[in-house]
Write a protein that binds this ligand. Structure first.
Ligand code: FES
Length: 153
């Protein structure tokens, strides 16, 4: 496989570049496995992942111009891998999640119970469904900003 990987260390490089890597193809190889191969056999590269559980969002990058979770994305014969551009690049494929984490912390839960917590054994289970609040567009906009997906969708 021909894999072009975005390389950039803001503390050393004035501009980003792309580095070509040859990676042997394996059946059902994920993008994360490709990155691990490059890291182990070629050049150290900065990328982020958690436990390959396909749910934490930490492995999100762009593959051939489309957002993908590296632990879920299927490797292609020709790939260009680069960081998501929705947040600043820390190094190579790693982006700064601090802004995202701060926005999430600031956002209020958009769905709340208006009359306190629901009863443990309700007579009418439908009565425990949370009520959507508030109707103010300013608060809705604020909530949307806080919940902006890191994949840029
Ligand atoms: S490693 Fe968590 S989503 Fe990929």
């Amino acid at each position: 496989m021909n894999v072009s990987v975005f390389r950039y260390d803001p503390s050393e490089d004035s501009t980003p570049s792309f580095e070509m890597n040859e990676v042997p193809h394996r059946e059902r190889m994920t993008v994360l496995e490709v990155l691990k191969y490059i890291y182990d056999n070629d050049t150290p590269i900065a990328f982020r992942y958690s436990y390959s559980i396909k749910a934490c969002d930490s492995s999100a990058i762009k593959m051939n111009q489309k957002p993908v979770l590296t632990c879920k994305g299927k490797a292609q014969p020709v790939m260009t891998l680069e960081p998501l551009r929705v947040l600043p690049v820390v190094k190579d494929l790693v982006i700064d999640f601090d802004v995202y984490t701060e926005q999430r912390a600031k956002s209020r839960s958009f769905v709340e119970h208006l009359q306190g917590p629901p009863p443990l054994f309700p007579k009418n289970p439908l009565s425990t469904i949370p009520t959507l609040i508030p109707s103010s567009s300013a608060v809705k906009t604020s909530a949307r900003k806080g919940l902006t997906c890191v994949l840029g969708k």
